[in-house]
Write a protein that binds this ligand. Sequence first.
Ligand SMILES: Nc1ncnc2c1ncn2[C@@H]1O[C@H](COP(=O)(O)OP(=O)(O)O)[C@@H](O)[C@H]1O
Ligand SMILES: O=c1ccn([C@@H]2O[C@H](COP(=O)(O)O)[C@@H](O)[C@H]2O)c(=O)[nH]1
Length: 202
Amino acid sequence: MLIIGIAGGTGCGKTTVVNQILNQLPEGEVGVISQDSYYKDTTHLSYDERVKINFDHPRSIDFELLEQHLKDLKNGQTIEQPVYSFVKHNRTGDTIKTIPRKVMIVEGILILTHPELRDMFDIKIFVHADSDERLIRRLKRDITERGRDIDEVLSRYQNTLKPMHQQFIEPMKEYADIIIPNNKYNTVAVDIVKTIINEKLQ
Ligand SMILES: Nc1ncnc2c1ncn2[C@@H]1O[C@H](COP(=O)(O)OP(=O)(O)O)[C@@H](O)[C@H]1O
Ligand SMILES: O=c1ccn([C@@H]2O[C@H](COP(=O)(O)O)[C@@H](O)[C@H]2O)c(=O)[nH]1
């Protein structure tokens, strides 16, 4: 199994890059695990308490479960990947059966911050987009897809997202094997990653 970790700040385009990679590759050969599925279960909290969580700090992630699931997949076992709701700020209680594939992609803002998980990646990719570009994309996406308003996005950006990005996410570039500049759609870089994956699949 080839395990590829794709990190980068919110709105840099990780999900888009993953979809571009999956597009045109043989169906069923590449699996995806999203770090978002592993936000800690907060069912014991009220909605008002959950909104106050710092979702950009590594402690918000259940890295133990994520690491265990990746190990299970490596050992040929199917896992139940939790489904996360950004609208409710919590797991939904549903899971998605995720079966081991020749290539597994793990994507998320904080996946390179956890040394044990980081060591499991054969290839580490960091997707870079400038912070103003990321904020614009996040504003548009979170308002249209995640039920936020402009005040929520901007105050979260100033209070947690920006400082957490500077403290935890940006320094992870140091560990990256490949940095994809993604202020604009970068088909050349995506094609290079696809070529690497295709070699593994042959
Ligand atoms: N290179 C790009 N140029 C312009 N918009 C982009 C680019 N990549 C992604 N987007 C858009 O930005 C938003 C955030 O992208 P997404 O892939 O969800 O980022 P991430 O998963 O890193 O948070 C989406 O609406 C997406 O369509
Ligand atoms: O309940 C939640 C959990 C996370 N977030 C925000 O999501 C981003 C990470 O997702 P991307 O798709 O990489 O943008 C993170 O910056 C959190 O602030 C949330 O709003 N609510």
